[in-house]
Design a protein around this ligand. Structure first.
Ligand code: ZN
Length: 460
């Protein structure tokens, strides 16, 4: 009897769940695990560890990619130095573009960096990138971006001639940008995706600084930047090949004094746009089978180290850093040698290509999800005109949105815990006190692609 009742309840539950699921992607989803888009899931299977391996081997073959190394025509012809690497990257993006009927716009961002701490003489620095323009005129201005640095170094940042293979740091991240470009260029998205490879990272983040400033000056709607730096999964004994770290800034470096006062007053220390991007990656990591799980680290970067995401943060953009779980410092920024039985140097044999392909899948799934989603709702406000226990949120309509979700979490929780779809509206009141939780609003398209969430500003 009990058993029958249970069975009945169970089948009723299954039926209800099925009806609920039919609205979006037809797969099960929860607050923190949005349903997977089958088109994106299929694209991820195209990402190839073999291609990544070949691309890293090619980048290593240039001997050194030090930003200060040769880039004159003779050096380019000889296939040694950063100039040859740059030309090859361009040719790869152009090849991918040819394969998609010219869908990628391949560009360079070149400038001369004047002498500085790690730049002894005026040096030309070139970022190479490909643009997959959004297909929806209302959304093509929105941009999501993936980047890695193609320059390398050895023990001496000024050693122009010595080998600097940089297989992990950062041919691995460069290979992620390339592979995402190759695979995602076969699809179309309403918003724009940029696949970037920068130089000058090891001399002082020069390439990314220039690119981020260009984006800011040109008024780009750059919604998220994924910086892959050291994602080779170094084969050391204590490596965890199932995990990739995602670093994100807390209080934004670009916050004004007024912003900081508000953040301090409302407990917004863990709600920067970069942290919302990190949480988004964590959700994507649960929704898609990428082979690697993101581990969110709530700090800008590792101790004593920095990276290109910071250049974007400085210009006020959401940007995070992806890095392997455990780095082997013998295999970074070192001349290739063996000393006291220890192998030094950033050479290909320490790279786990399957791992890099898993990280590439996580990146591609994140880029594709963001570029498929509507814009994050603009002007999100939480009404604080009077003391009350309900919470009212307002926002402006977002291009491409079919509905909106109010999401929230305990102030002590790292990730979003609850969601309520409030329909296609621009105002919602919840029977829940804003004093006790952190709220945000995100936009959904008809298929269920979710935008980045926006934490409201108080409105009195
Ligand atoms: Zn690096």
């Amino acid at each position: 009897m009990l058993r029958t009742a249970l069975k009945l309840n169970l089948s009723k539950f299954v039926l209800l769940a099925m009806i609920a699921m039919m609205t979006r992607f037809g797969s099960s989803q929860t607050v923190d695990k949005p349903g997977a888009d089958p088109r994106i899931a299929a694209a991820l299977t195209e990402i190839s560890a073999q291609r990544i391996q070949a691309n890293i081997a090619k980048l290593v073959s240039f001997g050194t990619r030090l930003t200060l190394s040769a880039q004159d025509p003779a050096a380019i012809a000889s296939g040694r130095g950063i100039g040859a690497a740059r030309e090859w990257l361009k040719s790869q993006f152009e090849l991918y573009s040819k394969d998609c009927g010219g869908c990628l716009e391949v560009k360079t961002d070149s400038f001369t960096e004047e002498p500085a701490d790690r730049i002894p003489k005026a040096t030309e620095i070139t970022n190479v990138y490909a643009v997959l323009k959004g297909t929806d005129p209302a959304q093509a201005k929105r941009v999501v971006l993936v980047t890695g640095h193609y320059d390398s170094r050895n023990s001496d940042t000024l050693d122009v001639n010595g080998d600097a293979p940089g297989a992990n740091d950062d041919a691995s991240g460069t290979a992620v940008s390339l592979e995402c470009a190759r695979v995602l260029s076969k699809l179309k998205f309403p918003a724009t995706i940029i696949f970037l490879t920068v130089a000058g990272e090891e001399q002082g983040l020069n390439g990314s600084k220039h690119f981020a400033k260009m984006a800011k000056d040109a008024g780009w709607q750059l919604e998220g930047v994924l910086n892959n730096d050291i994602v080779g999964g170094d084969k050391s004994a204590e490596q965890d090949h199932a995990v990739v770290r995602v670093f994100s800034e807390g209080v934004p470096v670009a916050a004004t004094e007024q912003d900081v006062r508000r953040i301090r007053g409302l407990g917004g220390e863990s709600d920067s746009a970069s942290r919302q991007l990190a949480r988004y990656i964590a959700e994507v990591g649960r929704s898609y089978d990428t082979g690697v799980k993101p581990m969110l680290v709530f700090r800008l970067d590792r101790f004593l180290r920095g990276g290109d995401h910071f250049s974007f943060n400085q210009q006020g953009f959401a940007a995070v850093r992806l890095t392997e779980f455990r780095e082997d410092f013998h295999h970074q920024h070192q001349n290739v040698r063996t000393e006291n039985g220890i192998e030094y140097g950033d050479v290909p044999k320490f790279v786990d290509y399957d791992y890099v392909s898993h990280v590439a899948r996580l990146n591609a799934a994140t880029l594709a999800s963001l570029a498929s989603a509507p814009a994050p709702p603009p002007n999100v406000h939480i009404l604080t005109k009077e003391l009350e226990n309900d919470t009212t949120l307002t926002w402006d309509a977002s291009p491409g949105a079919a509905s909106y979700e109010v999401i929230w979490r305990a102030t002590t929780s790292p990730e979003w815990e609850h969601a309520e779809n409030v329909g296609n509206t621009t105002r919602a009141t919840l029977k829940r006190s804003k004093d006790n939780v952190i709220f945000a609003v995100r936009a959904l398209d008809i298929a269920g692609h979710r935008s980045l969430p926006v934490v409201p500003l108080p409105e009195r």
